[in-house]
Write a protein that binds this ligand. Structure first.
Ligand code: T4K
Length: 370
């Protein structure tokens, strides 16, 4: 529950209740509420057009498309991935019986460091699963070159990268498949939801079977699928939200401009600038606190903000590699992950959403500027 005065790290973009109600009435009248209904079909088409991709399957969240992508490509053995992400990235591997192999990150975009991937490849490696962390594009060119050299698949966890483009082309077209999350906390949300972006119609058909128990018709089951279908209520919510997402992204952009202007001269605080040729979505605004230069640790700043009702979040601390399931893996040692370990101890994601007022931003920045 929101308390007065508290500034949360984000707030969901909500469709107009009146419009939503009218659509709900239509759904009620039709009595078709899930299983590839008309709004589900319309949202898939609208998202392909908006994102500039050819084939997209809607899912019930952003975790199941990761699990399903690995299933669909029969990925086994070891997969190279990042420790600096939300746990869902690595859990998707674990749920498929795949061993995660953690590789360190590049501090300039918080994505996998391509220069460290090759030394982690073994005869059991079958794929690479990078994350476009905070919506910052990974070095997809170098990653693809490595994948091609060793015959590996690439699945991008693009949960944060809704609408991100590089040189006019959707980032979601990189690799073999990409996934999106439409969780309430994301730039574009359907409350819970997600998508899997693939390259051809045949693969989309297979994914659509897999997200519907493997059914390829009334009586035929072609694979051990799962139930990960998006219902009509969330699909129509998504259609309504899509109409206002550009406006919300622009408001986030203005927030980023204000943060950067004020923080640029604060010693010991690092942040990302826009990358040349990239259309950003401003999904997160991470700052990195160098305790020595700033004169205060990240946690001291984080808790000071919290006490004053400014709820930033330490995404992504602790590293996934430190959680009990994964910490015994040889690649999980802090010695193997020095950059990720440092960044996880420096990061605070500042509040970033479309409803932040100038007064909110002043309140947040006054706590950081010393
Ligand atoms: N891959 C990556 C790289 C991801 O970041 C994620 C999810 C996934 C995969 C998996 O996608 P999903 O299966 O979740 O679709 C949040 C989200 O639950 C999660 O979706 C997200 N990444 C992760 C980075 O953040 P929490 O535990 O931090 O969320 P929570 O509930 O604390 O919410 C944060 C703040 O947002 C609240 O303090 C207030 C605000 N909020 C939240 C909700 C849910 C609202 O104002 N209204 C709301 O309804 O994990």
């Amino acid at each position: 529950m929101k308390k007065d005065n508290t500034i949360f790290v984000t707030t969901p973009l909500l469709p107009s209740l009146e419009e939503f109600y009218d659509c709900l009435k239509e759904i009620w009248d039709s009595k078709w509420i899930t299983n590839n209904g008309q709004f589900h079909q319309r949202l898939e088409k609208a998202l392909c057009d908006y994102l500039g991709v050819d084939y997209l399957s809607l899912f019930t969240n952003g975790t199941l498309p990761l699990i399903t992508a690995l299933q669909a490509m029969h990925i086994t053995g070891e997969v190279i991935t990042t420790p600096y992400s939300f746990v869902a990235t690595t859990h998707a591997l674990w749920w498929n019986g795949i061993k995660p192999v953690f590789v360190d990150i590049d501090p300039t975009n918080c994505g996998l460091d391509p220069d460290k991937i090759e030394s982690a490849i073994t005869p059991r490696t079958t794929a690479i699963m990078p994350v476009h962390c905070y919506g910052k594009p990974c070095d997809t060119v170098k990653i693809q070159a490595i994948a091609d050299k060793y015959g590996l698949k690439v699945i991008y966890d693009a949960a944060h990268a809704f609408g991100v483009e590089v040189n006019g082309k959707s980032i979601l077209k990189q690799g073999d498949m990409s996934t999106l999350s439409f969780h309430a906390t994301k730039v574009f949300n359907t409350a819970e939801g997600g998508a899997l972006i693939v390259k051809d119609a045949e693969t989309k058909k297979r994914i659509d079977y897999l997200k519907n128990f493997g059914f390829a018709g009334e009586t035929e089951v072609v694979a051990p699928g799962i139930n990960s279908k998006m219902d009509e209520i969330r699909a129509v919510y998504g259609l309504l939200n899509l109409k206002q997402v550009d406006d919300a992204i622009e408001k986030r952009h203005q927030v980023a401009i204000r943060y950067r202007e004020t923080l640029r001269n604060v010693k010991g605080i690092r942040f990302f600038d826009d990358m040349p040729g990239v259309k950003h979505n401003y999904s997160y605004f991470p700052i990195f606190v160098n305790a020595e230069e700033y004169g205060m640790t990240r946690d001291d700043l984080y808790f000071k903000m919290k006490e004053r009702g400014v709820l930033g979040r330490r995404y992504f601390y602790p590293l996934i590699s430190t959680f009990s399931t994964y910490k015994g893996l040889p690649s999980a040692s802090p010695e193997n992950l020095p950059i990720a370990t440092r960044i996880a101890n420096e990061v605070i994601c500042l509040p970033m959403h479309h409803e932040l007022s100038n007064e909110d931003l002043s309140r947040i920045l006054d706590l950081i500027v010393r």
